[in-house]
Design a protein around this ligand. Structure first.
Ligand code: IMP
Length: 420
């Protein structure tokens, strides 16, 4: 490994959970470095099917240390519920640590996220409504509350009351009921007490891991197209899913990240608003969505679906310098006789493989090449060399257009259904 970042190379939901779950089996430390419970990593393993929102996928490896990193915004109540569910399935959460520098996602953030979306009306962003944007906004505006602050109850209560003075004015202006400072502080303090000494300074742990060449896995949420700086702003999340974000968000010096795995689906999906050039609408889109069960893990929203977009994945590679790509859900494309593959965009009469800014991207039309389908199930394939020739050609096309070699290939939901 030693320090490997697993990042999304599309719009999110690329199947990173599946890849990190596999790699986490061999990891000593697994760190989530950005985002909050907007994430929904679906993990299928011998314990069952789990939708992880805040907890790193390494939780299924009893010897891995799992860190909710300082770059995250953490809803402590949601975290406690998630831990309780894992414990109920017999999975120990004793090895989890929550960075005391992470920011608290407070009940007002969730409320303000929904109010903000309502206020935007037709221009809504399509957020997950979990409060992630407002929590990061407070962090940047220096109104955030860090996790360690729960340790001083009196001061914490005062902070909550103070923040709510202004937040409640906004909430009431929207016609909603104000939040009660005592009740809010009680809820968060109760959750913090449940976590106990799992709230910790994680830097010494991470530093020790790096110094001793431990295998560290950095688990990203979402994908490059939803990166705050490089995605389709404003239809982005409020943090940096790119590998660059992993350094700050996990507390790992940038030069210590040795491997970056970019995860792509063999086609494209997106939840939320914003341009999506290769989107399939109507019946074709519905058919793919149903066949591949493309519904959001956090919100249950139907995902928008489309063909593979090499411009988007190449954009992600330019920003992440993938040492390898992992392709997921290749099996799904077995249903098609021919598969359109977007190699470039046409923009104002010009062909380009550069990713334009959002408003310009709205005008781009995909230029497709047609790949031949393989028309067979892949369940019995145990080796990449035994994939049908057309499937291998499809993978070669991804490598050639994105510019990075393919390492892993997912051909089914189970942990075993990954060709290495
Ligand atoms: P937020 O992160 O909830 O603020 O949402 C911002 C954008 O990112 C919206 O388009 C969401 O649909 C999208 N988004 C957030 N989390 C996920 C995820 O885990 N998978 C896919 N899309 C997501």
């Amino acid at each position: 490994m030693p320090v490997t970042a697993v990042v999304g190379a599309q719009w999110g939901d690329e199947g990173k959970g599946k890849i990190t779950d596999l790699l986490a089996q061999e990891a000593d430390v697994v760190i989530r470095y950005q985002g909050g419970n907007n994430a929904g990593h679906t993990v299928v393993n011998q314990h069952g099917t789990f939708k992880l929102h805040l907890v790193p996928s390494g939780i299924f490896n009893p010897s891995a240390l799992c860190i909710v990193g300082p770059g995250m915004v953490v809803n402590l109540e949601v975290l406690c519920e998630e831990l309780a569910n894992l414990e109920a399935h017999g999975i120990s959460t004793a090895n989890l640590r929550v960075s005391d520098r992470a920011h608290l996602l407070m009940p007002w953030h969730t409320l303000l996220d929904r109010l903000d979306e309502r206020e935007r009306g037709r221009q809504k962003l399509g957020t997950t409504g979990q409060g992630v944007g407002p929590a990061y906004a407070d962090k940047v505006a220096r109104h955030g509350i860090q996790v360690y602050e729960v340790r001083d109850e009196r001061r914490f209560r005062a902070r909550v009351a103070h923040e709510l003075e202004t937040k409640n004015k906004v909430i009431e202006r929207f016609g909603d009921a104000p939040l009660d400072a005592i009740a809010v502080a009680d809820r968060v303090l109760r959750a913090a007490a449940t976590l106990g000494d799992r709230i910790a300074d994680t830097l010494p742990l991470v530093e020790h891991a790096v110094r001793t060449d431990a295998r560290v896995l950095l688990e990203g949420q979402l994908g490059a197209m939803r990166d705050l700086d490089w995605g389709i702003y404003p239809y982005v999340t409020s943090s940096n899913p790119l590998a660059g974000g992993a350094s700050i968000g996990a507390g790992i010096p940038a030069r210590c990240i040795t491997k970056v795995i970019g995860v792509v689906k063999a086609y494209s999906t997106a939840v939320g608003e914003g341009p999506f050039p290769t989107e399939m609408k109507g019946r074709d889109g519905d058919a793919l969505r149903e066949m591949a069960n493309e519904y959001g893990a956090t919100t249950g929203r139907p995902r928008r679906v489309g063909w593979f977009d090499a411009v988007a994945a190449r954009h992600a590679h330019r920003l992440n310098a993938f040492t390898e790509i992992a392709v997921t859900k290749l099996d799904v494309l077995g249903a098609y006789e021919t598969i359109p593959f977007c190699v470039a965009y046409e923009l104002d009469g010009r062909r380009t493989t550069d990713m334009p800014p959002t408003q310009v991207l709205e005008r781009a039309t995909p230029i497709y090449e047609t790949c031949t389908g393989w028309r067979t199930a892949l369940d019995s394939v145990g080796d990449r060399a035994h994939l049908p020739a057309e499937a291998r050609q499809y993978l070669a096309k991804i490598e050639q257009t994105v510019g990075a070699p393919i390492g892993m290939v997912g051909i089914g939901p189970e942990r075993a259904a990954i060709l290495l």
